[in-house]
Design a binder for this molecule. Sequence first.
Ligand code: PEP
Ligand code: MN
Length: 264
Amino acid sequence: LTAKAHDDHGTVIALNEQVTVGGDELLIVGGPCSVESLDQMEAIATRLGQRTIQALRGGVYKPRTSPYAFQGMGEAGLAILDRVRRRYHLPVITEVMAIHQIEAIAAHADALQVGSRNMQNFDLLKALGKVDKPIVLKRGLAATIQELVMAAEYIAAHGNPNIILCERGIRSFDTYTRNVLDLGAVVALKQITHLPVIVDPSHAAGKRELVPNLARAAIAAGADGLMIECHPVPEESVSDARQALSLEDMAALVESLRPIATAV
Ligand code: PEP
Ligand code: MN
């Protein structure tokens, strides 16, 4: 169902009445790693809404490596996302980690994100097949391109064709970057599937100074959009502070994409 042969034209997926991905316009998703407060999310929406970003991201259920690290605001965070999406007419994307979270998240978000660590949580994928909101499916930490495609196929086979693939870097021996951004995967996924493909350079890089050039390279490679972590006070981010862009840097980066997007 996800194969290019199934639908020769790229699939365009709507996040709300105004915002789509997979068509002529780039989809820029920006926001913090974790939702921390209403003020934080409103600052981002006010500064970046519509012109710089078309959708807001922010995790409220966080898949943290350490059980002692901040685990996300949970339902209180969902309420914040819901308020901001209504007030600023910005679609929001947030991660679902477990089947029991689906109902609440689908009630408050415009798209549900499957994180890298859950890319092959097949029961979760099957359950997301029954949801009528788009799914952003992130590539697993060490998943092959084919495994990513088959994970998408699970969601599609269970009834939900609205899947956005997200390349976010894969594990390697090198510790300089957090992961290795695989732009070859972007090119391949665009050739073998009809699904929109976006790139998250933030989790690939792990360092904010690497993010802008990787983002530009992703657009040059044919990505349909980007998901980038940014924060009003990056150093104070409760998670992934090292890779968060300031709102000024985010705005400048997105401006720099326009000529690249026109050229590809
Ligand atoms: C995220 O986008 O918040 C995230 C946890 O990313 P990943 O699943 O790619 O590690
Ligand atoms: Mn993060």
